[in-house]
Design a protein around this ligand. Sequence first.
Ligand code: PLP
Length: 390
Amino acid sequence: MIRAADRTRKIKYAIRDIAILAKQTEKEKKVIYLNVGDPNKFDFDTPGHVKKAAIDAIKGRHNYYAESQGVKEGIEAIVKHNNKLGIDTDEKSVMTTYGVTEGVSTCVAALLNSGENMLISRPSYPLYPAALNLFSCGMKFYTLDEENGWELDTRDIEKQIDIKTRAISIINPHNPTGGVYDKKMIKEVINLAGQHDLVILSDEIYSDLILEGKMHYTAAMSGEVPVITFNGLAKNFLAPGWRIGWLAITDREQKMTGVRDAIMQLGRARLCMTTPLQHAIKPALEKKKTHLKEVIRKMRKRRNIICRRINEIEGLSVVKPKAAFYAFPRIHAKIDDKDFVTGLLKEEGVATVFGSGFDMPGHFRIVYLPQEKLLNEACDRIERFMKTIR
Ligand code: PLP
């Protein structure tokens, strides 16, 4: 018998793991997939000029290995875009990655020794526990405040810091809660990071998909502490399958030049990111993001439907998400969240993700991207299922 390495045992990804059961269920009934946050599975598409740039790059024979750090014009565009937002970074401090997923995992590998830890939110987003587990690093959870619109609780963050803590991750806007943090809260996190010499990892993959108010203050804007900001084309530009992400380091006092070198070194060890698709970064970031108006209009409407319908179902309640396309309802009925999700899938053919997959039992995550008719159909099925468990 040939065994798998121990380090793989703790790697879980509930969002995708549930798809295996959904495929089996499909043999018996039509499944509504509300487990993966992929707008392109519904009536959303990558903006035309962004697609054209990638196609032109392939036709124009940009099919060679790129530089490990990224295609030069893409890197320049990322720096310009960040600087315009007030994020201080430069061309030495940006790298393109296989989505934010690879960016985070590279930073964990470059920053934390095994046994050291990073603070992550509860509910968590699974890529963080997966990366930390892979490199035998610890994670300490700070709990978001559901009673207070899933707000950051900086007192809890402070409580979790210990001598092995090296970094704090903030996902803003947040998946799965749809929370968006304001300047005051981010400043409090920055103060804590400053006091304890921690790096902030700021995941801003949903930065343009804000349904209430405008884009917020982001951690790198103060320039007071080292911050690594993550973004990409997956969500804001509706191109998740391209796997185009990037990281940008802000380090005014040059406290983490060694970490930056280590990140670039790890980048070289995996050769480079897909070359032609990187040619879409510059047109995406430099042209007006006119597609967003319609995208946000649709998402806002669907968000309102899901919240109204879920809150009308006895035994469920949900905090209204302010951004992105997920809701994270609470289950008040006496049922384990895994049983709830598997029951809902098997009985009614609705695929969602159990809260314990985000380290927060008693909840489930639902994607509200489908058109209204399908979304209402999913809500009817959830309502019917809830009647069977009370
Ligand atoms: N970060 C968060 C908070 C996400 O929700 C997701 C995907 O859903 C990712 C990162 C993954 O980003 P990418 O597709 O760029 O790897």
